[in-house]
Ligand binder design. Structure first.
Ligand SMILES: *Cc1c(COP(=O)(O)O)cnc(C)c1O
Length: 410
């Protein structure tokens, strides 16, 4: 580990937005002034008590924070080793961690006098969180979504419409999340005056990866305090699932300088990382390149074409990973592993049956890794896993995967 080189792991990114060789700001000249504006406003808000007072008020009274840190005693007994704690971010309003970050960006947009919010969404979770907060503040909301995803995620499309958002199906490229992000960036450049681009994970050009991380860091700050209260010390191992990496960065960040705390990120292994790129493990199965304004590990073919990736979990289906994760991987501060669809499905069912919690398929990947390592760890080893979303949205996918027919009454 390159530990000696760093006095603190929490000082990144540098002025250019780089975490080591990753991150940065690879954007067109037309986009640059917008990005610099946003950075200035965020720097200003970061040290403004009234900004955080407003965030805390909404986190408490609108989102339902703090989320509990729950000792999963039956999962722990089932494994017979480490003590398993779940950080219950699935209990947030809208059912996942996404809203922690959306609130921050929308309060920022209001400070900047913007009246129109645009967002990209894959599975629709970030789109729903954005449409929700826009409704709450009476802001116009436009969500870009690949046309494939519009078809696959009909319930979330309807939710966004109920919340007053306009959903734009993206047909450029291959009509997926990557293309939706490109179209959102184009919209931003065209509508500079009134528009704010709300990104849903720790990706995009600087300052997005750091800003989104800072908003999600409420997860780790709470977990730290709660673990101290319940166990009198920090956890030994943190575990979280990674799509773009925002819920994971949120849990990990406040612990980066506590070197006794082990950190594990879990990527989506799909059908297996060796099987013809039918996975979304960007760190383990990809290599560095530039996408969406930052340099990071990407799934790409030999010619550098970005590949789509595959996972049973639509929320992990992003061909890149946040640049800070790429850096933590490179310097060895965090470990990254992958979990297959089959393993995640099994963990999903075990969680339902043993804890009465229906998890989203994304954190089911994290849980599958917990179930793998907990049996071999001592009984006083403390694991803290981020239960970043609930599984209501996934029951039809799970039913199909298990070969069960659900009568929806439709
Ligand atoms: C969107 C989403 C993810 C993936 O995004 P990250 O930025 O990696 O956190 C994971 N879990 C849930 C429940 C999601 O909605």
């Amino acid at each position: 580990m390159a530990e000696e080189l760093f006095n603190s792991f929490m000082t990144g990114p540098d002025e250019q937005g780089r975490f080591g060789d990753f991150g940065g700001r690879f954007v067109s000249e037309t986009l640059m002034p917008l990005i610099l504006d946003l950075e200035a406003e965020y720097e200003n808000a970061k040290t403004d008590d009234s900004f955080w007072a407003q965030m805390n008020d909404l986190w408490t009274n609108y989102v339902g924070r703090p989320s509990p840190l729950y000792y999963a005693d039956r999962l722990t007994k089932h494994c017979g080793g480490a003590k398993i704690y779940l950080k219950r971010d699935e209990l947030n309003h809208t059912g996942a961690h996404k809203i922690n970050n959306v609130l921050g960006q929308i309060i920022l947009a209001r400070r900047m006098g913007k009246s129109r919010i645009i967002a990209e969404t894959g599975a629709g979770q970030h789109g729903v969180a954005t449409a929700t907060v826009c409704a709450k503040f009476g802001l116009k909301c436009v969500v870009y979504m690949g046309y494939h995803d519009v078809e696959r995620q009909a319930p979330n499309v309807f939710r966004m419409k109920l919340l007053g958002a306009e959903v734009v199906p993206v047909t450029s490229g291959r009509g997926t999340l990557k293309d939706a992000m490109n179209d959102a960036l184009r919209d931003w450049v065209t509508n500079v005056e009134d528009t704010f681009y709300c990104i849903g994970t720790v990706a995009g050009p600087h300052p997005y990866p750091a800003m989104v991380r800072d908003f999600q860091a409420i997860i780790g700050k709470e977990a730290k305090e709660q673990m101290l209260q319940q166990e009198g010390r920090f956890p030994d191992t943190l575990i979280a699932a990674i799509g773009g990496g925002s819920n994971a960065m949120g849990l990990f960040y406040p612990f980066l300088d506590d070197k006794e705390v082990g950190i594990i990120g879990v990527e989506a292994g799909g059908k297996g990382v060796n099987a013809k790129m039918e996975h979304c493990a960007s760190l383990i199965g990809g290599r560095p390149g530039v996408l969406h304004g930052n340099r990071t590990f990407l799934l790409q073919d030999d010619d550098g074409q970005i590949l789509e990736g595959f996972s049973i979990s639509a929320g992990l289906d992003y061909p890149g990973i946040g640049p800070e994760h790429a850096w933590l991987h490179e310097i060895g501060r965090a470990e990254y592993v992958s979990i297959t669809d089959v393993e995640a499905l099994e963990a999903f069912q075990i969680c339902c049956e043993l804890e009465g919690i229906i998890p989203a398929l994304e954190p089911s990947h994290a849980l599958a890794h917990v179930l793998k390592i907990a049996p071999n760890l001592p009984k006083d080893h403390l694991i803290c896993m981020n239960m970043c979303g609930r599984g209501d949205k996934d029951i039809f996918t799970v039913a199909a995967a298990l070969g069960i027919e659900i009568n929806t009454g439709a």
